[in-house]
Design a protein around this ligand. Structure first.
Ligand SMILES: Cc1ncc(COP(=O)(O)O)c(C=O)c1O
Length: 349
């Protein structure tokens, strides 16, 4: 089976398992785990910040970021299909008392004018003051789209001008950096707080970082404990993340090239793919209204894909465990599955 549902599905490689097995560990809560400490040092550098804090998941990193950047009753601005909005169970309201306002995005992005138009009067005794803006890059539900650097710079500048905290949900930041051809720190360094995930394109079993200033990361360490994320011999997992920083960053370009080839191959075979959307490791395929059936038929042909927020669209995501041969097979199997679909619906008509 060629599993293109998500880049979260990677299995740790033998070399990563070797790094895990030989990790030196200690009590992470006491800051005595040398492998976690090294990951936090390297991670801070990688993200262009003073300090980083190791966490089990990117969801926890996002929730901690929002809690430490705002106060209960504040408003958070985020694109309306962002992970924070759709897939974190209303966490900003539940954990941090934030009012989340969804901005209408284009390709997962929004403009400085949209931010400015949602800024509320902080002296009012009625309205929730806008305090935090989150940017998601790459943007998952927009199809792994990457923000152009100039647009990020403009959002950050607007936030600075209006005294708004700015957070980057960079769960797939490495994909964004590779797509833009810049170091991760060039994108992440300008934000107040940054989330990055190790269990997606970087191929680790779990793990995430939040990064920011020393002062903010002191608050993040309290948040980590508060959310139940302070661990013990976590170097076992941090060793995988260190391995990934060393070996799995540059190779993300291969995932992007494979996604591109998949998109081109499918388009050539008459499948409804918009190549302009294929900027990183996601290929969005419009299969029409009978999406569930299309997914089943692809599965029968040996390819797994997943749904998206768009009712007729499925996504195929390339990752560490997908080879060139898998792409060739998928280019043959997906159109065959969809063609059977079309002929069936014609004969039913
Ligand atoms: C943009 C984005 N942010 C955050 C997350 C959460 O990651 P985790 O599964 O590590 O909590 C995801 C997961 O898919 C994501 O796509």
């Amino acid at each position: 089976m060629i599993d293109l549902r998500s880049d979260t599905l990677t299995q740790p490689t033998p070399a990563m398992r070797e790094a895990i097995a030989s990790a030196t560990v200690g009590d992470e809560q006491k800051r005595e785990d040398p492998t976690v400490n090294e990951l936090e040092r390297r991670g801070a550098e990688f993200l262009g910040h003073e300090e980083a804090v190791f966490l089990p998941t990117a969801t926890m990193a996002n929730q901690i970021a929002l809690q430490i950047l705002g106060r209960p009753g504040d408003a958070l601005l985020v694109e309306r299909h962002a992970h924070i909005m759709l897939s974190e169970l209303g966490g900003p309201a539940a954990h941090s008392g934030l009012l989340t306002i969804g901005l209408e995005g284009t390709k997962g992005r929004f403009s400085p004018d949209q931010v400015v138009s949602e800024i509320r009067d902080r002296t009012s005794v009625h309205v929730a003051p806008t305090r935090i803006v989150t940017v998601e890059n790459t943007h998952n539900s927009a199809g792994g789209r990457a923000w152009p650097l100039g647009e990020i710079d403009a959002i950050v500048a607007t936030c600075r001008e209006h005294d708004l905290a700015v957070h980057l949900d960079g769960a797939r930041l490495v994909n964004a950096a590779v797509a833009c051809g810049v170091p991760t720190a060039r994108i992440a360094g300008a934000f107040d707080a940054v989330t990055i995930c190790f269990s997606k394109g970087l191929g680790c079993p779990l793990g995430a970082l939040i990064a920011g200033s020393h002062e903010l990361m002191q608050a993040a360490r309290r948040g980590k404990h508060f959310f139940g994320g302070a661990m013990r011999q976590a170097g076992i997992v941090a060793a995988a993340a260190l391995y990934a920083l060393e070996h799995n960053v540059d190779r993300i370009a291969d995932d992007h090239a494979r996604a591109r080839r998949l998109g081109e191959g499918l388009l050539d075979a008459g499948v409804n793919v918009d190549l302009e959307q294929v900027e990183t490791n996601f290929v969005q395929i419009d299969v029409g209204p009978d999406r569930g059936d299309a997914i089943d038929r692809m599965k029968q042909n040996g390819v797994l894909v997943s749904t998206t927020v768009h009712p007729t669209v499925v996504r195929a995501v390339t990752h560490l465990d997908i080879t060139d041969d898998d792409i060739d097979e998928a280019i043959a199997a997906i159109p065959a599955a969809l063609t059977r679909d079309q002929s069936r619906s014609v004969s039913q008509a």
